[in-house]
Design a protein around this ligand. Structure first.
Ligand code: APR
Ligand code: PHB
Length: 389
């Protein structure tokens, strides 16, 4: 088989890239290791920047998002038993869209399957070949049969544990990493959200987040030690702990119910450089991870797709390879700023096991600054709604 762009991974990065290329008349094949049900079963964050909303619209997959998603004009920061609103709209003129990543993925899969169906699930042993030449190719096995795809370019959209970054020449690859000494325990419950907007709460007992998927589906998180086990957290224990960490008003009005999902995720900052190796590109989680504070993971994947799709479209329509050469540099410039914001917000809101009383006071002073100074609030708002591409 031959295609123009072989895409490894059918997460949001791979699917969005494939759909945008399809709209521009560029052919691609997406190879995914897991089944469709597995991919759609993953629960991830759900805050979309305007840039991603615009991309989904341009890709022709925005209608359900506009019908079912919720536009949020601000968020709340809770500390010392009070909530303070950061008004995104007033401070930046922009808002965010609350719509689950699972739903984005579903909409993209529907569009890809409807269009030309070059979406191959349960592709085993994907391997990348000769991307340091101008004739790269990819192999995989499906139902016991070996296949080969010849292509012009390979897009490694296969997440943190994928084969693409692992295939890059390790002598060239540089990685930067920070592991945080805690995780997030998250639950999903069929209860109405406690507030119209998200609440990020800083408390001596640890961080908490009140988020949502819809009017009847809520997502809550509490910071837990890294070695904590989900089994140690009954629903009752979770709700009790959450109530202790949010302001009393929220604690008194929160509606609790049985969890329908419960899991612990570690927090990590990670960047791999460069993001281009000959004719192979890294995109999304394959190249970088952010801690979830600030919900930048999916949005960063989208900005990579923006830079790469523009570069490929310029190459195929005008034979101009300039943006392809600049992909890594352009993508990384924005990635590092989002890494900085996610790291900053994580540091601002969490309890660090080794923090001295001085550092705790610094956290509170910074929260006071962010919520009482227009300049402080604007800096947070500008980053939260998303820096320009
Ligand atoms: N071969 C084929 N597919 C693979 C391979 C492989 N060797 N390894 C991994 N994959 C698939 C995974 O099964 C997954 O479906 O690649 C996909 C990568 O998807 P994501 O991990 O969702 O990464 P990405 O598409 O970049 O999306 C980034 O997802 O992880 C969140 O926080 C992150 O919201 C961000 C978004
Ligand atoms: C979520 O709803 O899962 C969510 C929202 C905001 C975050 C992280 C996760 O910062």
């Amino acid at each position: 088989m031959r295609t123009q762009v072989a895409i490894i991974g059918a997460g949001p990065s791979g699917l969005l890239l494939s759909q945008i290329l399809h709209k521009a008349g560029i052919d691609s094949v997406v190879l995914e290791r897991k089944s469709l049900d597995y991919v759609l079963g993953r629960i991830r964050a759900g805050v979309l920047e305007q840039g991603l909303v615009d991309m989904l619209d341009a890709a022709g997959v925005g209608s359900r998002m506009h019908a079912e998603g919720h536009v949020h004009d601000g968020t709340e920061l809770s500390f010392e038993n009070k909530r303070h609103r950061i008004d995104f709209k007033a401070l930046t003129g922009k808002s965010v869209m609350v719509y689950g990543q699972t739903e984005v993925t579903k909409d993209l899969v529907d569009a890809r399957q409807g269009a030309d169906a070059k979406l191959i699930y349960e592709a085993e042993d994907v391997a990348l070949h000769d991307f340091d030449t101008d004739k790269p190719w990819v192999t995989y096995r499906k139902d016991g049969v070996e296949h080969r795809i010849d292509c012009d370019y390979i897009a490694g959209c296969d997440g943190y544990h994928g084969v693409s970054r692992a295939s890059a020449p390790q002598s060239v690859l540089k990685t930067f990493e920070r592991i945080y000494p805690f995780g997030w325990l998250g639950i999903l419950s069929e209860t109405p959200p406690v507030s119209d907007e998200l609440i990020y709460a800083r408390h001596e007992r640890g961080f908490a987040l009140c988020s949502m998927r819809s009017d009847v589906l809520s997502r809550y998180y509490v910071q837990v030690p890294l070695d904590d086990k989900v089994e140690a957290w009954s629903d009752e224990r979770f709700w009790d702990e959450l109530r202790l960490r949010i302001d009393e008003k929220a604690a008194d009005t929160i509606v609790t119910g049985p969890s329908i999902e419960k899991s612990i995720a570690p927090l990590r900052s990670f960047v791999a450089e460069p993001m281009k190796f000959g004719r192979m590109f890294l995109v999304g989680d394959a190249a970088h991870i952010v801690p979830p504070t600030g919900a930048k993971g999916l949005n960063l994947a989208a900005s990579d797709v923006h830079y790469l799709s523009q570069a490929l479209i310029a190459f195929y329509s005008e034979r101009d390879g300039g943006l392809i050469e600049a992909y890594s540099e352009n993508a990384l410039r924005r990635i590092w700023k989002a890494e900085r914001f996610s790291w900053w917000m994580t540091g601002l809101m969490h309890t660090f096991p080794d923090a001295a009383p001085f550092e705790q006071r610094m956290q509170l002073a910074e929260l006071d600054y962010v919520t009482s100074s227009t300049a402080g609030a604007a800096a947070m708002a500008e980053n939260y709604v998303g820096l320009p591409y």
